[in-house]
Design a protein around this ligand. Sequence first.
Ligand code: ASP
Length: 443
Amino acid sequence: MNLTMKVMLGMVLGIIVGIGINLTGLNVDGSFVNEYIVGFFHIVGKMFVNALKMLVVPLVLFSLITGVCGIGDVKLLGRIGSRAFILYMMTTAIAIATAILIAAGLGIGKGMNATTTAEFTGKDAPPLSQVLIDIIPTNPINAMAQGEMLSIIFFAILLGISLLMVGRKAKGVVELIEILNEVMMKMVSIIMALAPYAVFCLIAKAMADLGLDLLAQLIGYVVVLIGALLLHLFVTLQLVLKLFSGLSPKIFLKKIRNAQVFAFSTSSSNATIPVTLRTVTERMGVNNSVASFTVPFGATINMDGTAIMQGVATVFIANVYNVDLGVSGYLTVILMSVLASIGTAGVPGVGLIMLSMVFAQVGLPMEGIGLILGVDRLLDMVRTAVNVSGDAVVSTIVAKSEGKLDLAVYNDPEAGSFDTDDVHLDLDVEREMAQTVDSTHSK
Ligand code: ASP
C-alpha cells in the first residue's frame, strides 16, 4: 500500500472512530474516553501539526531563495508574480460570486427562526494600506518568528536577487542554500511518513467533538455550502486549469489528493505548505522557481473555499434576519471578501474573522455568525482543502505558461509518489559522514 492509500485509510478510520465516539455519547466531558482516548488523539494530532508548521518558515525561505537564483531573470519573476496574483484574485471572485448565486437561488435560511447562544466578537479589518506597508519587514528575523508569510516572501526574493547581483562570489552561499532546501524537503518526507497515524488522530478528534445535532439543525446551510465547495473544486477550478493550461484535470485531481487530505485534517493552508510544495514540484512537475513563490503566496492570499463560505453565509444570515442586501450589497460582499483574503493568513478559523469584516461593511448583525459557529469546525476542514487545491491549480497554470512545467512528470502517474525508501538511513553513508566529521575535528 502506498502512502496516499494509507493516509486515506487513516482519514476514513478517523471519521468512523470519531463519529462512533460522538454518537455513542462517549465524548462527554470527564469520561474516560474523552479524557484519555480523545485526549491522546489530540496530543498526537497537535504534535503532527506543530511538526508541519516547524518546517514552513525555513522551507519557504530556502526554497524561495533557491527559486529566485534558479530563475536568473528578474523580469520573469515579475511576470510570474503578477500572473499568479491576477489568477488568485480571479478564482476567488468567481468562487464567491457562484456561491452567492447558488445560495440566493435556493433561498437558504428563509423563514428560519434564529436563536443563537454562541457569542462571536468580530474583529476590525486591517486596512489595505497597513497590509501593504507590512509586506516590508522592519526586522526579517521577527517576521520569521511570527511566520508573516508576505514579509518572508519579500525578504527571500530580495536576498535571492542580491545574491544574483553579487554573482560568482556568492556561488558558495547559493549552493549551501540549495542543499539546505534539499535537507528541508527530506524533513517533509520524514514527517509525511508519519501522516497516516497523525491524520487518523486529527480527524478522529475533530469528529468526536463535532456537534452533530447542530449539524442537523443547520443542514440546509451545510449542504449548500459543501455542494458549492465541491462544484468549485471539481468543475470551476478544473475548467480554469484546462482553459489556461490545456492540462488534464483528471491527472491533477489524482495527484492533489495528498495535499487535500493534509489540508482537510489540519484546517490550515499554511501548515500544509510543505506538502503542497512537495506535491506541485515532485508530483506535478512544476519547477521550484515557480512553486516556491506561488505556493506560500497562495496559502496567504488565495482562499477560494473561504470565499465560498463567506458568500453562502452572507446570503444565509441575511435571509435569517430578513435583511435585503440588494445587488450593490452583494457586490460589496464580493469585493470585501477578495480584499480580506489578501490580508489574512491561511490558519484555522480565520474565515469567520474575515466574515465579520464583511458583515461590518454591509451592516449584517454580528451575532448571526454565532449561529454558524458550531458547525464551522467541519466546514473549515472542507474549505481548506479547496483553498489548497486553488493554490495548486494556479501554480500549475503559471508554470505551464512560462515553460516551467515538466510535462513528462505531470503525465507520469507514479512521478514523485512517496516511497518509504525516501526516509531510510544508509549505514555506509552514516559511517562515512561520521569519519569525515571525526577527522576534521582531530586535525
Ligand atoms: N482554514 C482556512 C485555511 O487555512 C482559512 C479559513 O477559511 O478559515 O485556508
